[in-house]
Design a protein. Structure first.
Lengths: 326, 263, 326, 263
């Protein structure tokens, strides 16, 4: 098995391109998402993206705010208790971003259908709702006939409905731990990360910790994303900030609100990007941008005990630097 | 008794949940109502979130999301979205859910996707961008389709209570009657709309929501004035019993950060 | 949450009946299956069963050998390296048991379809093979039209195929660990136990160990079967014998062969049942039947380290007796 | 050189596997061939079983099954049947698989389900019980449908090598030509039949298997005599190079219990 540890910069340069169908994963708007990966995409100026977001998160909010999103498929476009996602909302309302609405259950089912290479997925949800009848891709047709078309159940002859499947070009998936080969452990809800890892043509992991493979062999049932389907592994501590990584750090309430407020306007977005996206070069500088006190505070939360069984296998920053880019 | 209208709404919603039921809670108000029920009268209420977070109770305040650390700290199982929303909810297995509404209509359809300045898609015959873009259905569509029954919670304001919603994000009884059967929904539809003013129930035949009871601090006229359709009133309309001291105590122990106490 | 720990005898009496659609789970023919539960079904004389066996195991082999199986749906009818399942083979060849063949991938997909309450499952496997054209339920029709009927892909208009879904009346599922509420952890491949736990109308767990709920809260990502969907929990050590439970005990090579040989004939089956099925009343007597030396030997194998993280939470036999039947 | 025919077959099969490929192995012979390749010339061959056991190498002898302790002791991931067989194999993602055959035919169709005394179902027009009931397809159907290519291993005996199999458990090229396209199979079909006597390959157009090369200890005539259809022979037919000492050593390190050495 090959060492797949590479730098964030290299990962974004190699696995993303303008116009691609990019999926991020993504445990809901406040949880584990590969947000640092999204920041790097902004740094490298990616644009014209077709975004697959089971849920919006601060990553899609940011990418939409900077105008990088041509189209988004989404089940939920908000930030839960933090309100509407102002960057995404502005992009949709201004017509910059086309938004094709589904629900939180149908996006992962369509990813599963992609993973299974099915022609379609039976639809028993979203039917009879405007998720079925409104299509941003075909706005002139209401009710839309082809977003969730009819299919006849061959066993009963009844009319049913179907979803199309999703196969993203690439998925950047946040995981709690990975080894250098790409065996990954997630703590907290998987949300749709399992389906995403199988539906995407390429998979890049963003990990809070790099662990020795002995950890993987001790807990193989936790390894829901095996090395066999992973193309690259990026180590990026606090990479979900300002959202939370269950077992590791909490969400940063203050920054969640401030970031969302900033993304509401073009000016605010520019300022935000300058301050929190293009302001660092290294992981150390990134942590400085967050601030040491803040980092410590967020790492002291009621879920940290969930990491206890794995701590002894965590590689040090120096060991990781040694392995990166080999 | 000193309580807010939001608190009353949460308590009345909680009263709808029974011990031993399998329930799915969303974030915010609905979660508070659910955990209040668990604490108050339904200790064996089995709760999970659409993230597949099972068996937990919030720690340290109102969760920021259904996956956040406050709801993850003492979970007994973490699965995933398909498991929670499609396998347990969309399939018809879950007893009860609670959803919110930015806009709702007399057949219990819920809109959380957008508000149009002029003709909404169903009227315009085309899908234009809304004036005000909202969050989309999230997991509420699955709850609406699949839960054996579900409760809609909403602040009672005329602009929210429409004759017909601009966009059906989560289907209630659609155009009324047996319309749900057309789509084979396994769930029974909304059993109540609980607002800051009272409780509405669907007519067993037409499925149009009528006023079943109202809160002690309002009047039937005020409820009707704040409803965007010609609200029918039950001949047996009652006043909803006030929160008890015990109920308020239990709600506030759940709502430790006092998010419902802001007037 | 309710204590669901009950005795094996009570579990079989309460959750099984003649004529039912019974599913057992089941990590392949040599791995984790609720075999002790199947022995108890034989003890209680269950018959006329419609069996859902993703794979045959010594459980279906035994149930078929005693003549309790009216019909079986199966993806694989053998015992891997241990050869043909002689009890099942005899039941099928003699016409006692109708066997509807699928494959190891299609049975779990059909269970998933049942779990999702779908009208059908798109079939991209088993098509064009005799799994599609041969139907034991409709033997006079070859090629069978309705076992995997045609369905039109609404997106392309192409002809596709469909599976029907499975919803067993009950599933008895082996798990490595469970708490008294039914939160369960499996070590080793899940095989189709996740899908089975969701598709079945009732779920009974057979566990090697009963653990404190603190163990569950430490490893929630391992709890793929949560208490919310479980009806009863049975504690039965060595309950997979003579097959293996990964992390706990190895398969008993000698007994695997001997059992299979015995089930080849009616007389052998009678003798086997007398010696290994009706010969014990308690868990202690069951272990005596296997033999202490054998138990010790099987528990000393290269996977036992997989149990290490959980050992401190295992309840003692006395604690379990105290909790059973409350 | 002292080796058994089973050992030669395993080595020749192993030679078909390339470094870096994603491969699925079944139990028994196919697993030995696969792990031999990993040990001998393809250290980065990524292997998993249909149980979703990833990254392991057998410990303590030939595994009894694809889920047993001998294959589970050093796994890096345990998932499940849908993941391995449907998501990774049936979808068309897996590079190569190896399956066995109780009976096979000139188009590479494999029967592992039953042998009929008289007319098999396709001839009889009805599905009667087989005289000899076999195991069924297991996961081989998914491998046959989905792997980019796969190898069939079988002891070369006339009764096994039929003009047409009694029952297609795992489809090869069905009736030949482009027949696989009818069903939209993502996989390319069987790339080789490797037997105890030689290697057969499919004709690029008709998909009928012909003899490409044979083992040093046999003859073309012997191969033809042991084949149930009129076997075509490549004009460039070759003799397969004998196992090297290195290959034998590596195979025997995998086959620690010597299951292939029984003559």
């Amino acid at each position: 098995m090959r060492n797949k540890l590479i730098t964030m910069k290299d990962a974004v340069a190699k696995y993303t391109w303008d116009g691609m169908t990019y999926a991020h994963g993504a445990a809901l708007p406040v949880g584990s998402d590969s947000i640092a990966f999204g920041r790097e995409m902004v740094r490298q100026g990616r644009k014209d993206l077709n975004l697959i977001s089971n849920c919006n998160s601060q990553q899609s909010n940011l990418l939409a705010a900077v105008g990088a999103v041509r189209r988004i498929e989404v089940g939920f476009a908000g930030l839960e208790v933090y309100g509407f996602a102002q960057g995404l909302r502005r992009a949709i309302t201004s017509g910059k971003t086309i938004c094709e609405d589904f629900s939180n259950g149908s996006i992962p089912l369509r990813l599963l259908g992609g993973a299974l290479n099915w022609p379609f997925v039976p639809a028993t949800i979203n039917v009879g709702s405007d998720e079925q009848w409104c299509s941003a891709d075909n706005p002139d047709e209401y009710p839309a006939k082809n977003k969730m078309p009819e299919v006849t159940d061959p066993f009963t002859g009844k009319t049913c409905y179907a979803f199309n499947v999703i196969k993203p070009d690439m998925a950047a998936i946040h995981v709690t731990m990975a080894d250098i080969y790409g065996n990954a452990i997630m703590l907290g809800t998987e949300w749709s990360r399992y389906e995403l890892s199988r539906a995407a043509k390429k998979v890049v992991l963003q990990a809070d910790f790099i662990v020795d493979t002995d950890c993987i062999r001790q807990f193989p049932n936790l390894v829901r994303i095996p090395a066999e389907i992973v193309d690259a592994v990026v180590y990026w501590p606090m990479g979900v900030w300002p959202q939370c990584s269950v077992g590791v750090y909490d969400s940063d309430e203050e920054h969640m609100f401030a970031m969302n407020k900033a993304l509401r306007t073009e000016e605010g977005t520019e300022e935000y990007v300058e301050k929190y996206v293009t302001s660092y070069q290294t992981r150390e500088e990134y942590l400085d941008v967050i601030g040491k006190d803040k980092v410590d505070k967020l790492n002291d939360n009621p879920t940290t005990f969930l990491m206890d069984p794995y701590r002894k296998w965590i590689l040090s920053d120096d060991e990781i630097k040694e392995l990166e880019g080999r | 008794m000193d309580y807010t209208r939001q608190e009353f709404m949460a308590i009345v919603t909680g009263r709808e949940l029974k011990d031993g039921e399998l329930a799915i809670f969303g974030v915010g108000l609905s979660m508070l109502a659910g955990y209040f029920a668990q604490k108050n009268h339904a200790p064996d209420l089995m709760a999970f979130t659409e993230g597949g977070v099972f068996g937990s109770t919030p720690v340290g305040g109102l969760p920021w999301g259904i996956e956040c650390n406050r709801i993850s700290a003492n979970a007994t199982s973490f699965t995933n979205a398909i498991d929670a929303l499609c396998v347990l909810v969309g399939s018809g297995r879950c007893d009860v859910g609670i959803i919110g509404a930015a806009q709702l209509d007399k057949y219990g359809n819920v809109n959380t996707t957008g508000i149009w300045a002029e003709d909404p898609p169903w009227k315009a015959g085309r899908y234009t961008m809304p004036k005000s873009r909202l969050n989309g259905s999230g997991g509420a569509n699955e709850i609406a389709v699949g839960c054996k029954r579900y409760i809609i919670m909403a602040t009672h304001e005329k602009r929210r209570f429409a004759e017909k919603v601009d966009y059906i994000s989560s289907p209630g009884y659609i155009n009324g009657g047996n319309d749900r059967e057309k789509y084979g929904f396994p769930g029974g539809g909304p059993s109540a709309i609980i607002t800051t003013l009272g409780i509405m129930r669907p007519d067993p035949v037409t499925k149009e929501f009528y006023l079943e009871s109202y809160f002690p601090y309002t009047t039937i006229d005020e409820v009707k004035e704040n409803t965007g359709w010609d609200l029918k009133v039950s001949p047996d309309v009652k006043v909803v019993p006030e929160p008890t001291a015990e109920e308020l105590k239990n709600l506030r122990e759940v709502d430790v950060t006092g998010s419902l106490r802001k007037k």
